[in-house]
Write a protein that binds this ligand. Structure first.
Ligand code: C5P
Length: 237
């Protein structure tokens, strides 16, 4: 029996024989609004596992390291064990979601420059937006680490935006998580998938991400399949 180390809303983490490596299993569960809306969607785990794997491999080719080691089955991947920094780093290129609400601007307006936001990963508080001073007060990261997170977020945004754009996809916004390895180095972690990004078709602006589920816009797996196909996916493991 594998020893489970952690279960989140969309993934389970298991111990492996190597103390520096953990196994991530992507679940078929979909949740939104801090777990208030829930569903089981067959195929979602497989789609996000493959999409995340392809994106982490592409980022590595562009010189951006992550915790990703390799995909080992339809729903599982091996990753380096890191200690997750309890911050969600959100990068935005176009108004949508909570930014559109916060600023009182309609969705779909290009921002003059990308916006980076930090949210405190805390279910009880509902993952609130944190300012730099909040983060320093709570000792969640140092100001040097925050600069690193911001720079990495912006760099990853550049690479992802141009990559998706070649595939006819607009990267509206996305969320990243980072962790520290045993040397204290900050590494990109968690996942990059249509669960964590807003992705719109470049021509039609059709939503191909979790907003399909959040807003009941149709078939989530059809949207995610479109993303996987454009990334050149459906590879056997
Ligand atoms: O909801 P909001 O507009 O703040 O989300 C911004 C981006 O961060 C979206 O792409 C969303 O999918 C992602 N996000 C996430 N996990 C959260 C909150 C937001 O992946 N807990």
């Amino acid at each position: 029996m594998r020893e489970q180390l952690y279960e989140g809303k969309a993934k389970r983490i298991y111990r492996t024989d190597d103390e520096h490596v953990v196994l991530v299993e992507y679940k078929d569960s979909a949740t939104a609004f801090n777990g208030e809306k829930k569903a089981e969607i067959t195929g979602k785990g497989r789609l996000n596992n493959e999409i995340t794997s392809l994106l982490f491999l592409m980022l590595k080719e562009k010189g951006i390291e992550s915790h990703f080691i390799k995909r080992i089955s339809e729903t599982e991947q091996l990753v380096k064990k890191v200690k997750i920094i309890p911050l969600e780093v959100v990068v935005r290129n176009v108004t949508a979601g909570t930014l559109a609400k916060r600023l009182g601007i309609e969705e779909g307006r290009e921002l003059s420059t990308p916006i980076v936001e930090f949210y405190f990963k805390n279910d009880e508080l509902g993952d609130p937006l944190f300012t730099v001073d909040h983060i320093l007060e709570m000792k969640l990261a140092s100001s040097e680490e925050l600069n690193t997170l911001r720079q990495k977020g912006l760099e990853i945004n550049q690479v992802l935006t141009s990559y998706f754009s070649e595939l006819g996809i607009r990267l509206i916004d996305f969320k990243l998580e980072f962790g520290k390895d045993e040397t204290g180095a900050i590494l990109l972690a968690d996942e990059i998938s249509p669960d964590t990004c807003r992705l719109w078709d470049s021509v039609t602006n059709e939503k191909l991400d979790k907003d399909i589920f959040r807003r009941d816009l149709g078939s989530l797996t059809e949207g995610y399949e479109t993303i996987l196909k454009r990334l050149g996916g459906h590879q056997n493991v």
